[in-house]
Design a protein around this ligand. Structure first.
Ligand SMILES: [Zn+2]
Length: 93
């Protein structure tokens, strides 16, 4: 019997393994608490920011200027949305 990897579908946290095959999407206790408390949006913002910054570093190292400019625009949009409080309103659009 192989190992089935359990991963939080929300934040990607490793939730250990159990008997089985492949990967299983689930929700970790931390994310479940955030969803219940309605603070998931803040977490989403941090996740987006972290992803953009990671990609900026990668694109910057590769001197991929078009990608870098694209990411800079994404970062600007995220910052504007947060500043103006549009993050919540735009959800699902
Ligand atoms: Zn999680």
């Amino acid at each position: 019997m192989g190992k089935l990897k359990r991963v939080c579908a929300w934040c990607g946290a490793d939730m250990g393994e159990r008997e089985g095959e492949g990967e299983e999407g689930s929700i970790c206790p931390e994310c479940e608490a955030k969803v219940r408390a309605g603070t998931w949006e803040a977490h989403t913002y941090v996740s987006k920011l972290a992803r953009i910054l990671r990609e900026i570093l990668a694109a910057g190292s590769a001197r991929n200027w078009e990608k870098l400019i694209e990411l800079a625009k994404e970062l600007e949009e995220l910052a504007r949305a947060e500043r103006d409080g549009r993050f919540f309103e735009n959800k699902g659009q």
